[in-house]
Write a protein that binds this ligand. Structure first.
Ligand code: SF4
Ligand code: SF4
Length: 392
């Protein structure tokens, strides 16, 4: 099947395929070369004779950030030795270990870019043969490149490189900086902008193709053995209300408007990315992971739809995505085949031309089912049209 598909690609598409694979290798190699080598901080280098003021800069957090990790009030005196504040060596090492586990590897940013660009080229350039015969549409958008990217996301961006950075954390850290838990808001803001840009250049491609926990849920949902099971398509109004509500609750707690403990982050207890560091800091994290992965057998990406703050942010961002699934309403006969193929209510939103429809994870399931060839993954602006307009 892979051979038949490759054989049908035009020379131009084969060139796109080779260039995108080469770009993935090149970007990854650049990331490896830019990765700093050298010593890393060890949690046991800090002692309780030291003060918050001495330790916090070495962990790249503010005094408030370290106080929060130690479950102390944010206004705790920062120059007192920790043993005078009742902190044991074990508590200190545990807090330091947790903060250090959030240390980002820059290499992962490169791999996220590589996967997203590959997905974008696949969806817009070589997923379907040029001048393809509609009767052969089942051959379009083969799953192998997608599955390969998902596996790379889980293994490399997940288990090999650890939980940080990830889009969920990228979102939460901006708000944590606002209450003084990190020294600089700019770097956190840039990280979030990075993820948002990737969600905009290809409709939520960072979630659909590169996020390690999203990819793990996608792989479970895609298991061939489950194809015959009838899955539940959760109503979008419900999942988005829960996800958005949780986001609001997070802000209320974090800013101390509710609960009276400024700096309290509810997502800390709901963060499934800890799986990739095998760090189950709190029993609730293990529960969230097990429940999300179990539900992923029966419904599409439950964590993304119900909990993830970046899922919510990227749903807003995808409203202005530059490339996306587009329906040609002149050709569409409302047969509903794409709606049936779509694991969310996104295709329905596209067919009905809804503003603020459900999240589309650019999974390509809807792109090879339309008997009218009315659905495509394309850029919002026609580059050719812009070129012609400029020429006039
Ligand atoms: S919505 Fe899903 S895929 Fe996107 S960042 Fe969150 S966990 Fe990852
Ligand atoms: S099947 Fe649904 S989620 Fe997947 S690309 Fe199509 S519209 Fe988006």
């Amino acid at each position: 099947m892979a051979y038949t598909y490759l054989a049908k690609l035009s020379p131009r598409q084969k060139m796109w395929f080779i260039v995108s694979v080469a770009a993935v290798l090149l970007i990854s190699a650049l990331g490896i070369l830019n990765e700093p080598v050298g010593s890393t901080q060890a949690p046991n280098q800090f002692t309780v004779n030291m003060s918050i003021r001495e330790i916090a800069p070495k962990l790249d957090v503010t005094g408030k950030g370290l106080a929060r990790e130690l479950a102390l009030p944010l206004d705790t005196p920062k120059n007192k030795p920790l043993n005078e504040l009742g902190i044991s060596q074990e508590q200190l090492e545990h807090a330091a270990e947790h903060i250090l586990s959030h240390r980002s590897t820059g290499l992962k940013y490169y791999i996220f870019v590589a996967i997203v660009l590959f997905g974008l080229v696949y969806l817009t350039r070589f997923g379907r043969p040029d001048n393809a015969n509609i009767s052969e549409r089942k051959l379009w958008y083969p799953r192998i490149p997608y599955i390969a990217c998902l596996l790379a996301a889980v293994m490399v961006c997940g288990f090999v490189l650890g939980k940080s950075p990830n889009p969920m954390e990228g979102t939460v850290k901006v708000f944590k900086s606002m209450v003084g838990l990190y020294p600089s808001i700019i770097s956190k803001l840039l990280a979030l902008v990075f993820f948002i840009v990737l969600a905009i250049i290809g409709n939520k491609l960072i979630c659909g193709w590169a996020c390690p926990f999203g990819a793990l849920q996608e792989l479970i949902y895609s298991l061939p053995i489950l194809r015959k099971i009838k899955r539940w398509k959760a109503p979008f109004w419900l999942t988005n209300t829960i996800r958005g509500g949780l986001f609001l609750v997070m802000l209320l707690f974090l800013f101390g408007i509710v609960g009276g403990r400024k700096g309290f982050v509810i997502y800390h207890y709901l963060n499934p990315f800890n799986l990739f560091n095998l760090d189950f800091d709190h029993w609730l994290i293990a529960v969230i992971i097990v429940v999300s992965l179990t539900l992923a057998f029966f419904t599409y990406r439950p964590f993304c739809h119900l909990i993830c703050p970046f899922g919510f942010v990227s749903w807003i961002a995808e409203q202005v995505s530059l490339t996306r699934v587009k329906v040609d309403h002149e050709k569409c006969t409302d047969c509903g085949l794409c709606i049936k193929a779509c694991p969310t209510e996104a295709a329905k939103g596209r067919v009905l031309n809804k503003l603020f429809g459900a999240d589309c994870f650019s999974c390509a399931r809807c792109l090879n089912v339309c008997p009218q060839d009315a659905i495509r993954y394309d850029s919002v602006f026609s580059v050719k049209q812009i070129f012609l307009t400029l020429k006039r």
